[in-house]
Design a protein. Structure first.
Length: 219
């Protein structure tokens, strides 16, 4: 997957969006003004742009004119909630329009929907005989559906997006439970144990001493 570009001059909101998406395994980059966003768009490829409207340098309406020829899908995220603003954003070529404030669950659902409809991102994740349909959130092992809790599912996505990479415990905590979560030190270990048991991954999810865990898959 290519990264998602988040363009918002409110740093706290941009970081919240990035953290929310990172918890589901998405890679993100941030720009806090329109000119910096244009520079990044010239230098890199992206699967999606999450774009505020009221930006210094160049506003969201100017940027979407710049983005449109690239074919990268755009979702406007703005405090401008009037129907006229939403209609204008969609007429300019945005795939969707989210009004601030928004729930993280709504953001994730809309991002996944746009990525699916645009044919970008990864619709099906695989490791061994386990497959995950991102659109339906359906997990199967050898063709049989496996029931996971929402937290187990998020943890599985992070591992799948980082196959053969050792992930620090703090990184897993942040991406699955959030930066400010207060957890018992055994919480992650318990969820890893459950995933190993449900997916038959006793040997695929390796414990890395003094670091954390790694999902191993031989090419």
């Amino acid at each position: 997957m290519k990264p998602i570009l988040i363009v918002d001059d409110e740093v706290a909101i941009a970081q919240l969006i990035a953290m929310t998406l990172a918890r589901m395994g998405y890679s993100c980059q941030m720009a806090f003004d329109g000119l910096r966003a244009a520079e990044l768009l010239e230098q890199n490829e992206y699967d999606l742009v999450l774009l505020d409207i009221m930006l210094p340098g160049a506003d969201g309406y100017e940027l979407i004119d710049f983005i449109r020829p690239t074919g990268i899908p755009v979702i406007f995220i703005s405090a401008k909630a009037a129907v006229a603003d939403r209609v204008k954003g969609l007429h300019l070529g945005a795939c969707d329009y989210i009004v601030k404030p928004f729930a993280p669950e709504e953001l994730l659902a809309r991002v996944e929907n746009v990525l699916r409809l645009s044919g970008r991102g990864q619709a099906l994740l695989k490791a061994g005989d386990v497959t995950v349909d991102v659109a339906t959130r359906q997990v199967k092992k050898a063709g049989q559906e496996v029931a996971l809790t929402p937290t187990e599912y998020q943890l599985l996505l992070v591992l799948l997006h980082n196959k053969n990479i050792a992930l620090y415990r703090d990184t897993l905590y942040e991406r699955v439970w959030g930066r400010d979560a207060e957890l018992d030190t055994r919480t992650l270990d318990i969820h890893i144990h459950r995933l190993r048991k449900k997916l038959g991954w006793q040997h695929m999810i390796r414990t890395i001493p003094r670091i954390g865990y790694r999902l191993e898959e031989t090419p």
